[in-house]
Write a protein that binds this ligand. Sequence first.
Ligand code: FES
Length: 87
Amino acid sequence: PFEVELRRTGRVVTVTPDVSVLDAVRSVGVDVLSSCEQGTCGTCLTPVLEGSPDHRDSILADHERVANTCMFPCVSRSLDDRLVLDL
Ligand code: FES
């Protein structure tokens, strides 16, 4: 498990292996638009403020993956204990 901090909302949510970051964020009442939920459409694009996403989408180019400035929470996860999102 890892924690996701929603800096604008001021909430921290724990993401267990059986849920997506998207579902975890929604569980505390923050809505993020989504469509495919498979990491292919780009609808759920979310800005990352701190941390290292474990990118599992098929959208970002390599240089965008290492930049760690955005992620697709329907499929991507975290390499660190805490990920801070601009939500
Ligand atoms: Fe399509 Fe996340 S909903 S990439």
